[in-house]
Write a protein that binds this ligand. Structure first.
Ligand code: NAP
Length: 288
């Protein structure tokens, strides 16, 4: 169920959706509920073939990836590259990284993906080459995959434990307009010949955001992008295999399973998949 929140939202909503549409949306608050109020701008129809559980992996992960690929790198939804151009995506088996691989492939980039246990997921997402970060050879293997090409852009879907520094070491000093997209704020000193650009998922609303102690200014262009992105996402989802949702594992017990989910994540048992909790499975809810 969706409850529009303003007259302009009501207008947008009535134009976009009809009763019975199966939709997903990006949450700001209130996601642990069966009924919630979501902005129309980030709400999109999902295909009949996709389960709600699969669709639940899309909004946060793919919007974060899209803000990075299309708003922090110089690409647009209309980009179709014809020349060879590579990007390195670190963390390609994680949710954000995996969607970044898929979006990069859609615009014609050659993707060198870095993943560990979840490497097969990066390959399924379309990565041209997958490098395993656990063997200590990632740097040399990426350079080999680049051949004569100088790396200009990278997407760091992990952005901690030294991943950004490792990516920075792949970009030569004389490369102009070198950029690394980050999913977290950098916590280490990094070489200054590269721009480090933070993707922030909620900037798609075009409003000022609080990020911990930081205040991020409103970026109207990010909202303008979101207005085009979500209808495009609907198209991609309709066209089979253009965008695949993350692999999911439903944890039993609804909200009661959340503790078990955290345990699995803490013990590094979760790889190349998203844990999903069905609210309706929570014991003691009136309708189960
Ligand atoms: N900026 C924003 O607006 C925003 C929005 C959403 C999420 N985030 C942040 O983005 C990060 C990723 O989120 P997510 O949902 O994509 O995470 P996730 O799905 O839980 O990703 C976990 C995967 O990361 C991989 N990984 C961990 N350490 C790695 C390393 N050193 N090198 C390569 N891969 C590594 C692991 O791959 P293997 O199993 O293959 O080893 C693991 O499966 C989180 O920190 C999250 O808080 C930011």
């Amino acid at each position: 169920m969706y409850v529009p929140v303003s007259f302009s939202e009501i207008y947008l909503f009535v134009q976009q959706f009809k009763k019975g549409d199966r939709v997903a949306s990006l949450f700001r608050t209130g996601a642990f509920a069966e009924y919630a109020c979501y902005p129309a701008i980030t709400t999109f129809r999902i295909p009949d073939s996709m389960t709600f559980e699969e669709a639940s992996t899309l909004p946060l992960g793919i919007t974060t990836a899209a803000m990075g690929v299309f708003r922090r790198l110089p690409y647009s939804l209309d980009t179709h590259l014809t020349e060879k151009k590579s990007i390195v995506v670190w963390g390609a088996s994680g949710s954000v990284g995996n969607y970044a691989v898929q979006l990069a492939k859609l615009i014609g980039l050659r993707v060198i993906a870095v993943a560990g246990k979840g490497a097969p997921i990066a390959k399924i997402a379309g990565a041209d080459i997958v490098v395993d970060y656990r063997q200590g050879q990632a740097h040399a293997q990426i350079l080999e995959a680049l051949g004569d090409e100088k790396l200009q852009y990278a997407f760091d879907g992990v952005s901690e434990d030294g991943t950004t520094k490792q990516l920075a070491s792949l970009i030569e000093r004389d490369v102009k307009d070198a950029r690394i997209v980050l999913v977290l704020y950098p916590s280490e000193e990094l070489p200054s010949h590269i721009q480090y650009l933070q993707t922030t998922v909620f900037s798609c609303y075009g409003e000022e955001q609080k990020f911990g102690t930081r205040i991020l200014p409103a970026v109207p262009e990010d909202r303008a992008f979101a207005e085009r992105f979500f209808p495009k996402l609907e198209e991609w989802l309709e066209e089979e295999n253009k965008i695949m949702p993350n692999k999911i594992t439903v944890v039993p017990g609804g909200l009661e399973g959340v503790k078990e989910g955290f345990r699995r994540m803490r013990d590094k048992e979760v790889s190349g998949e998203k844990l999903v909790f069905r609210i309706a499975d929570t014991p003691g809810l009136s309708n189960n």
